[in-house]
Design a protein around this ligand. Structure first.
Ligand code: LLP
Length: 418
């Protein structure tokens, strides 16, 4: 299931297919390659973990917004968590049920809120001005908007500061000391209906007791808000479960471990548990398949230069993130310690540092693993690199799920201006 090294031949596989064969079939390079089985398996792991609880599992679309992948998850019954009006439009196109989607963010724009209110999406309140904007959007559509308060439980998720979001000084969520102000403001708006509370601690979290610490704090807020006369239904604990990027057989908590830390709290309060996984749904399903352009040495450093880059996959450059790298076929060539770099004109353009790999030849395939989350969705056109094609292995067959961007797509933004 998913990506693995063939026990007998040492080639890399996705489900039943050899990546080396796929590479020779596919005209583009680099390209993203997914296993549908793996995505569905990850989703089912959450479904199973939630058994016996009233729940709403919402896929965090920001992790991967391929329309075909979104359609599969919508068809499997997932809800969605969205952070822009365009994500909302894509989610509607993918067939997500609006009443099972949440619109979240610290800078939601009036047109985005109007669309969310019109569709009947659940909306998170992030600040005083956000509440005013949501109320204005509800008045404009004349429909009642169901809202959740995004609270900062101030629990440290112990992750990279860029992906830590639930601390008191974070840019997300309301000022908890002003909670009474928010409750009074909601009471004064007949078109706002407070239905729940939300928290999101951060991403790449590997210790699930942190979710319990936050849920205990959130539980106190729920009791307090209920005592003020509000009928809360939802406790949203956000997303954030990490995966084993190291490929060292690290044993990480599973969705079941995560849900079991909060199960009794949710049951005791008679709430519906909302979760918002992104990375743990899609990351492990995908590898970025690159072609080696050449190998070079400068000073005492050895480099493998590939056609993929920080424009295709930015996590190593941006967060110093480790993503495992392998060649697509076995090799007896002498190993060396390499930096794996792209062609972008920046020294920060690397996919991996100090990787011990067999010395490849130009034209060989090289995979950057665990590229299903925050890789394609964060790709850019820097240096006028075009965002790559995407393929998925589905029922043992290769299917193209996104065309490579071309310069023509890019030039369209100058239509009528030249
Ligand atoms: N809910 C909210 C409110 C979020 O802000 C996020 C992610 C999620 C859910 C999904 O979290 P996940 O289960 O994927 O950890 N670009 C970074 C990750 C940014 C995460 C942003 N928020 C990276 O590549 O590591």
């Amino acid at each position: 299931l998913g990506w693995y090294t063939g026990a007998e031949d040492g080639f890399l596989y996705v489900d039943q297919l050899r990546v080396e064969d796929i590479r020779h079939q596919v005209p583009e390079s680099p390209f993203y390659l997914y296993s549908k089985n793996r995505i569905m398996h990850n989703y089912q792991a959450y479904k199973k973990a939630l058994e016996g609880l009233s729940s709403l599992p919402c896929y965090a679309v920001k992790a991967n917004n391929n329309l075909i992948i979104m359609k599969e998850l919508a068809a499997a019954g997932a809800g969605a968590v969205l952070v822009s009006g365009n994500e909302l439009k894509m989610a509607m196109a993918a067939g997500f049920d609006p009443s099972r989607t949440i619109f979240n963010g610290n800078g939601k724009l009036p047109w985005e809120l109007a669309l969310a209110a019109e569709k009947g999406v659940l909306i998170n309140i992030d600040s005083e001005f956000d509440l005013e904007n949501i109320a204005a959007a509800a008045r404009k559509t004349g429909k009642k908007a169901k809202v959740l308060l995004r609270i900062n439980p101030d629990v440290d998720p112990q992750v990279h500061p860029y992906v830590s979001t639930g601390l008191a000084g974070s840019k997300f969520g309301i000022r908890n000391s002003h909670i009474k102000w928010f409750l009074d403001a909601i009471r004064a708006e007949p078109l706002l209906e407070l239905v729940g509370v939300h928290s999101h601690l951060g991403s790449t979290i590997t210790k699930v007791n942190i979710f319990r610490d936050a849920a205990i704090i959130m539980c106190e807020f729920v009791k307090m808000i209920r005592a003020e006369g509000f009928n809360l239904q939802y406790l949203n604990i956000g997303g954030g479960l990490g995966i084993d990027y190291s490929h060292q057989g690290q044993v990480l908590p599973t969705p079941t471990d995560l849900i079991d830390t909060v199960r009794d709290i949710v049951k005791d309060l008679g709430l519906t548990l909302v979760i918002e996984p992104g990375r743990s749904m899609v990351a492990t399903s995908c590898g970025l398949v690159n072609t080696v352009t050449g190998v070079k040495t400068n000073g005492n450093k050895h480099f493998i230069v590939i056609d993929g880059s920080m424009a295709t996959l930015i996590r190593p450059s941006l967060y110093g993130a480790y993503q495992h790298i392998e060649l697509t076929k076995p090799s007896n060539a002498p190993t060396e310690t390499f930096d794996v770099v792209g062609p972008i004109c920046e020294s920060g353009d690397y996919l991996g540092k100090d990787r011990v790999l067999p010395t490849p030849e130009a034209g060989d395939g090289l995979v950057v693993h665990d590229a299903g989350a925050y890789c394609m969705s964060m790709a850019s056109n820097y240096n006028l690199k075009m965002r790559p094609a995407e393929y998925i292995v589905e029922d043992g067959k290769l299917r193209k799920i996104r065309n490579e961007e071309t310069l023509e797509h890019h030039l369209a933004v100058f239509d009528g201006l030249l």
